[in-house]
Each structure stands twice: as C-alpha cells, then as structure tokens.
Design a protein around this ligand. Structure first.
Ligand code: GUN
Length: 293
C-alpha cells in the first residue's frame, strides 16, 4: 500500500481564502478589521520567524496585525502590563504571546493573564476547560490541534468508534487533540514516554497523531494498514545525503510509514501550514464572538 498524501499547504490556502472572505464581511458590517496582536520577548531565531509570519499572515487576509517586539530582559511586570493594555483595547480581538518566554518570566502566569475571549492560542485554562467539558463550540481551540482535525476530516475516514492514538501529552497539542477526537466519538489513547510497548499501542490506531518532537520515532511497522497518520513533528536533523547540511523530518519515518498508512501528512507541508491558518480563523471567531456578546 502507498498512502495518499494529506496536503496541508493546499488545505491551508483554502482556509486562508475562507478567512479572507469572512474578514471582508466583518469589515463591511463593523467598519473595522479584526485585529491580531502578537508579542515576542527576546530574539530566539525560530520565534522571530514564526511571529513575523503570523503578523504577515494576518495582514494578508485583511486583518490589522501588530507585532510587539520586546527586549529579552523585559520584566514579567512589564509584559503583564502590555497584556492588560491589549485586553482593554477594543481594536484587539486576538492576543498571542509567543512561547517559549525567557526563564525569568512565568509563562503560565502570562497565559492566564490573557482575556480568555482574546486567547487565540486557546492556552488559557478557561478555554482548555471548555474543551475538556465538551464545549469546544464556546472555546477558542488551540491552532495545531484544529489543523490536525481538518486534515483528518480531509481523509474522509469516519471517527465515531475509531481507535485513535496520540503520541505526546503536551498541553499545546496532545491533550487538546485527544479532546477533539473524543468529541468526535473516537476511542482515544494518549501515549507518552512512559508508555509500555509503544509500537503495539500504535498498531491499534486507525488514526495516529505523532506529537512528541522525536525525529522519526514512529516506524513503518508501527502503523496499522490503512491508518490515517498525522505527523505534528518538525525536527531539524543532519542530512546524511548532504554532509554539513540539515533537513526537516517529522516524528514519523515518512517513507516507511507511507508503505503501511492509508493517508499520511508530509513534513514539511502537512500540519505546519495549517497552524497559522487556524490562528487566523481563531482571530476571526474571536472578533465575531466579541461583537455578539
Ligand atoms: N511557540 C511555538 N508554537 C507556538 C504557538 O502555537 N503559540 C505560541 N504562543 N507560541 C508558540
């Protein structure tokens, strides 16, 4: 069997086009564009690129986008003051504070300080709690898990009664993906570094989501024939074919897994592009919800 590729780049384009149309309608109705404010503290190179891309993506769909670049030695008090100012600003619909934060700042405290209805990352305990009690309709749901669900939907494989295994228990991906799959009536297992016989657990999965950040951990013979494989990992590794160069790989050994899976996401071009598209979607949802309140 050779798996069909779930093309995240193409799907993300569709989502962005839908958001763009939604933004135009919002502007026509409200006389202002939805606004996304992104905050970065320090100059971590990956975070600089991610935050720039988020601001750019917001502008491209017609939103107001602003990137707040704070020095690496910004105090927690000053960061919390900015968050409070953005919470109170009626032109701000979405607030995203890029993680990781420098070690002198308590990231959880900052996450809790963001108004839940502007928390477009979906990391605030109120949003996580709404998701956990089955009220995703009332919550802002984290972006990468939303992207995973869109890719699974693209496969067309029904989730009710299916066995789903998530490898990774992070608050950002593993736990929310598990909640979303459960809400669709899948039978869900969250596996992690202490799971016994991980290959055997994975072989049970009709839907396998790998989100551990371990390059090519999931091997081809861990995949149930015909399964949907969603690879959230983005790992930079040395490229043996090009000495001195690096390449991106996922948490799944793609070539091997493609021989067993029914559907699989590539890295890059799978889950990654959907994360920003879902961030834009969340910002539009937050703007609409704020108007309705
Ligand atoms: N750092 C890496 N991914 C993310 C994300 O989705 N949101 C935030 N706020 N920080 C991140």
């Amino acid at each position: 069997m050779t798996a069909r590729i779930l093309n995240g780049k193409e799907l993300a384009e569709t989502v962005r086009a839908e958001v763009k149309a939604g933004v135009s309608a919002f502007v026509a109705l409200r006389g202002r564009a939805p606004g996304l404010d992104v905050v970065i503290v320090g100059e971590d190179p990956a975070s600089v690129v991610y935050t720039r891309n988020k601001e750019k993506a917001a502008l491209e769909v017609g939103m107001r986008g602003k990137l707040h670049k704070l020095a690496g030695d910004t105090t927690e008090v000053d960061l919390l003051a900015l968050v409070a100012q953005l919470n109170a600003d009626p032109h701000v619909d979405g607030i995203l504070v890029q993680l990781p934060l420098p070690s002198h700042i308590d990231a959880e405290k900052v996450t809790r300080a963001i108004a839940p209805h502007k928390d477009v990352d979906g990391f605030h305990p109120t949003n996580a709690g709404l998701l956990a009690i089955g009220r995703a309709d009332k919550a802002l749901v984290p972006c990468t898990p939303r992207g995973c669900m869109k890719l699974i939907a693209l496969s067309g494989v029904p989730l009710a009664g299916a066995r789903a295994v998530i490898v990774g228990r992070s608050n950002i991906v593993g736990k929310p993906v598990a909640q979303l799959l459960l809400a669709q009536s899948a039978t869900v297992t969250i596996a992690h570094s202490r799971t016994r016989d991980l290959p055997a657990v994975c072989r049970e999965a009709d839907v396998l989501v790998a989100a551990v950040g371990r390059p090519e951990l999931v091997r081809g013979d861990w995949i149930k024939p015909g399964a949907v494989v969603i690879d959230v990992g983005i790992n930079r590794v040395d490229d043996p074919q090009n000495p001195g160069k690096t390449r991106l790989v996922g948490d799944v050994a793609f070539a091997e897994a493609s021989q067993h899976a029914g559907f699989i996401t590539p890295v890059p071009g799978g889950v990654g592009p959907l994360t920003i598209a879902c961030l834009l979607e969340n910002t539009l949802l937050a703007a609409r919800a704020r108007v309705e309140i």
